[in-house]
Design a protein around this ligand. Structure first.
Ligand code: TYD
Length: 139
């Protein structure tokens, strides 16, 4: 399977600021590359915690740190790896399908908003990195 690592990208959203503060609006398929089918959020992660540690066969994600910061390591199972830091609410990280992701180095106040292209389906998760490597080689 062809690696989708080149599709991983930071998206900078519009930020409407005035004396009252800031507002960022996100519209599916317009500001991000898919229609939003699901959102979930991650909070209260310990600084030493590692979350994610999987790839998804068909779901694409945009991850935004609404508050605080964390790091995200992405890998394609073909020896390519990149590390991003999310630390501002008007910035998101787009992660396509078949990309491994680890979220770590959470600040105490970190709140991650995750926009997803599909509803939750535990069966589409690849939870073992070796399995991802094999699938990328075989197909
Ligand atoms: P998990 O995949 O371990 O979260 P993370 O990717 O941050 O490590 O999910 C934690 C629990 O939440 C697990 O029992 C599955 C459940 N869950 C849902 O019910 N719906 C969802 O959309 C997600 C992402 C997880």
């Amino acid at each position: 399977m062809v690696s989708k690592m080149n599709e991983v990208k930071t998206i900078v959203f519009n930020q409407h600021g005035d004396v009252r503060g800031f507002l960022t609006a996100i519209e599916g398929s317009k500001d991000i590359p898919f229609d939003i089918k699901r959102i979930f959020y991650i909070y209260g992660a310990e600084s030493g915690a590692v979350r994610g540690s999987h790839s998804n066969r068909r779901t694409r994600f945009v991850i935004i740190s609404l508050n605080g910061k964390c790091k995200i390591r992405v890998a394609d199972g073909c020896d390519n790896e990149r590390i991003y830091e999310l630390n501002h609410p008007n910035e998101g990280l787009y992660i396509p399908e078949m990309i491994w992701k680890d979220m770590y180095d959470f600040s105490n106040d970190c709140v991650l908003l995750v926009l997803a292209s599909a509803e939750y389906d535990a069966a589409e998760y690849i939870r073992n990195f070796e399995d991802l490597k094999k699938e990328m080689i075989i197909s």
